[in-house]
Design a protein around this ligand. Structure first.
Ligand code: DI6
Ligand code: FE
Length: 408
């Protein structure tokens, strides 16, 4: 039986990622696309015809990458903080003296929506240049109803005007804003009673996130925020155990979170609870590297627990000004000890699971045709080359897209 397709990619080293833990390699493989979806994957066949044929010439074809944790909508940069840190100042010390996250909140509150959009669009294009077709974007630099919603509107518009899929997370529980310094529970009231209902009513949030940490929100406060998310039917995720073990992994599992992210300091018991609850572990090697933190997440315990492990850039101005998922994969291997195969699963299949998306992250019939062609001839090379621009082509829902940043 012959099959007529829109596009055929032939002669590729295909990493299908169809099976957990394995590249699922297909040498001299062919991938056929019809109506934006994958309609054929397998060996060359005389039964295939298409309007357009692309010769991969032996290069590696993977699912397009998925960045499942970013804070890329913000104004201002933190270059002065960076220079101070290079001279020995700590991240916490800088925050206390008026720099840090609060300076980004001030700049973001003051920025026009149009300017926030232009800044963020450039950053999405950086990620596209590293093979990304799906990106999660958080609010969290507004910390008031108006600015949190503005950030989410910008994120939604990025998804509408750029070819990427955008998933949004409301992170009003990122830090306590200055005006609530003496009344953190009052700010949690605002999040629960005003910000979450307003974002849900406007259809601006796909999930609700929170930062559980001694310098941010307590487990009790996180539970209140998550209850408010549940009341409007939104799934939750959690910044957990990044700087200390607050029991964040177990908390995320008990709340049925889609993912728990960071997890540098998590205990094995919490990781086992996550595995039982189906909560995905999201590792963030860029933040640990940029802040020069020695402490590594318990990767061996994650493997023992049978957790699905995803990777993300965390693209943000303070702890990870990292605009490449390719580099996040390399750092996951060199800094956290993942295998290159684990890193690629983390940037595709498992990242899709962290976002609750079942239609992408592997090359299989019926999946979205989000595909990346790389200028390498074997799968482990993706995590080996350190920051080289390896992307040769990117297809999103079957359409070829470009990723150049236009001159401004
Ligand atoms: N953890 C992080 O690494 C970022 N947010 C968070 O909850 C840092 C955000 C910033 O410093 O601007
Ligand atoms: Fe983060």
């Amino acid at each position: 039986m012959s099959l007529t397709l829109d596009k055929l990619i032939v002669g590729a080293e295909v990493a299908t990622l169809g099976v957990a833990g394995d590249y699922g390699l297909l040498n001299n493989g062919v991938v056929g696309i019809a109506d934006g979806r994958i309609a054929y994957v397998g060996p060359p066949s005389g039964q295939l015809a298409a309007a357009e044929t692309i010769d991969a010439a032996g290069r590696l074809l993977t699912p397009a990458l998925i960045d499942c944790h970013t804070h890329l909508v913000f104004a201002g940069q933190r270059i002065a903080d960076f220079e101070r840190r290079l001279q020995g100042a700590g991240y916490g010390e800088i925050a206390k003296s008026g720099g840090g996250i609060k300076s980004t909140v001030a700049a973001t509150r003051a920025a026009a929506e149009e300017d926030l959009f232009a800044l963020a669009a450039s950053r999405v294009r950086w990620l596209m240049a590293s093979g990304v077709a799906t990106v999660e974007i958080k609010s969290g630099y507004g910390l008031d109803v108006e600015t949190e919603l503005r950030m989410l509107r910008v994120a939604r518009r990025l998804g509408a005007e750029l070819p990427v899929t955008v998933r949004t997370s409301l992170l009003a529980a990122h830090t306590i804003p200055t005006e609530y310094r003496d009344d953190p529970d009052g700010y949690v009231d605002v999040i629960c009673n005003e910000v979450i209902p307003a974002a849900a009513a406007a259809g601006l949030a796909d999930a609700v996130d929170a930062f559980a940490e001694s310098i941010a929100f307590s487990p009790e406060q996180v539970r209140r925020v998550f209850d408010a998310a549940g009341a409007v039917g939104l799934p939750v995720r959690l910044h957990a155990d990044q700087l200390s073990d607050l029991g964040g992994a177990a908390l995320a599992a008990q709340c049925g979170a889609l993912s728990a992210d960071h997890l540098e300091h998590s205990a094995a018991d919490g990781l086992r609870q996550m595995a039982a609850a189906g909560t995905v572990a999201v590792l963030i090697p860029g933040a640990a590297t940029f802040l020069d933190e020695e402490h590594r997440p318990p990767v061996a315990a994650m493997r023992d627990a049978g957790l699905r492990v995803a990777l993300a850039s965390d693209l943000n101005p303070g702890s990870a000004p990292l605009g490449s998922m390719q580099l996040a994969m390399a750092l996951a291997c060199t800094r956290f000890g993942l295998t290159p195969a684990e890193a690629l699963h983390g940037a595709t299949r498992n990242a899709a699971a962290a976002l609750g998306l079942a239609d992408r992250g592997e090359i299989a019939i019926g999946m979205r045709a989000d595909l990346a062609l790389w200028d390498v001839d074997r799968a482990p090379a993706l995590a080996y080359w350190f920051g080289a621009p390896l992307l040769s082509a990117l297809w999103i829902a079957g359409s070829s897209v470009t990723w150049e940043t236009p001159r401004r």
